[in-house]
Design a protein around this ligand. Structure first.
Ligand code: G1P
Length: 295
């Protein structure tokens, strides 16, 4: 039985929602407090036992490679100055092999995943999207890997969302349910409001058998004129079973501005050094917000 040892992290998107910040800096490098969002994803992969990560990049994404490279001068300086905690932070992601490949044209998520096919070969593998940070006791990807080991089939991470957001996600039409695991009838990418078959949404964590590449290879453009991963999953599900797993944990959407701000605030409230100064400042803003403004 083959184990999941590799993951693909697509990071080729243009980041238009965060312009102008993302004009010269990849959106994946935007920090939540002091850590780039992509580092949260890499740390989840490491915590799940992944050995190799391939990041699919595009134009203007070199800062990601620099970030995960050894920073010899910085590291020796921190060592000399006895800043060992900071040194540990800087070296955190060096426990895993990170590889890079370029998606030469922005043809969509399905195409980005397909670009990494030679690196994966004939093995099961994970896909992790950088817009979703998930926290919880058991890493989200690990939960899906465990389900893969049980079922020997592809497993897609889902969570329940409010009805009014179903047009923003890939949505499943569930069939039989066994605890948190679902058999699935259909996978639909961003259905128009009012037409969603459920409110179980695909949340940026996947484990696939390598057969998905066959369907990505043939996949035509779908929603938004892009080659959609969800459409290839729908086809895969017709030839071998694809499960959905309602994973445990809190998911943060850092791919849009309000989600990014709320994630920053929540992570700051969980941080011992920041919690009380932030709460004091917030109490002050709120009391001022209630007062009439002059002019
Ligand atoms: C992508 C997927 C979608 C999924 C979402 C999760 O959409 O295509 O199925 O629900 O990620 O974040 P995107 O947000 O890239 O448009």
């Amino acid at each position: 039985m083959k184990k999941v040892k590799k993951v693909i992290i697509p990071a080729a998107g243009l980041g238009t929602r965060f312009l102008p910040a993302t004009k010269a800096m990849p959106k994946e490098m935007l920090p939540i407090i002091n850590k780039p969002t992509i580092q949260y994803i890499v740390e989840e992969a490491i915590a799940s036992g992944i050995e190799d990560i391939i990041i699919v990049t595009g134009k203007g994404k070199r800062a990601i490679e620099d970030h995960f490279d050894n920073a010899f001068e910085l590291e020796s300086r921190l060592l000399e100055d006895g800043k060992l905690e900071l040194l540990k932070e800087v070296q955190r992601s060096s426990k895993v092999e990170i590889h890079y490949i370029r998606q030469k044209e922005p043809k969509g998520l399905g195409h980005a995943v397909w670009c990494a096919r030679k690196f994966i070969g004939d093995e099961p593998f994970g896909v992790m999207l950088g817009d979703d940070i998930v926290t919880g006791q058991i890493p989200c990807l690990k939960q899906l890997m465990d389900q893969y080991e049980e079922t020997q089939n592809s497993v897609i991470g889902v969570q329940v969302i409010p009805d009014e957001f179903t047009n923003r996600y890939g949505i499943i039409e569930p069939d039989q349910q066994d605890g948190r695991l679902y058999r699935v009838n259909n996978f639909v990418e961003k259905p128009p409001l009012g037409t969603a078959p459920s409110n179980l949404a695909i949340m940026g964590r996947y484990v696939f058998t390598p057969k998905i590449f066959k369907y990505l290879e043939m996949q035509e453009k779908g929603a938004g004129g892009e080659i959609q991963l969800t459409d290839a999953i729908q086809k895969l599900n017709q030839s071998e079973r694809v499960y959905a797993y309602n994973f445990e944990g809190t998911r943060y959407d850092v791919g849009e501005r309000l989600g990014y701000i709320l994630t920053t605030l929540e992570f700051a409230l969980q941080n011992e050094d920041l919690r009380y100064p932030l709460m004091d400042a917030m109490a002050e803003w709120l009391s001022k917000a209630g007062q009439p403004t002059i002019g």
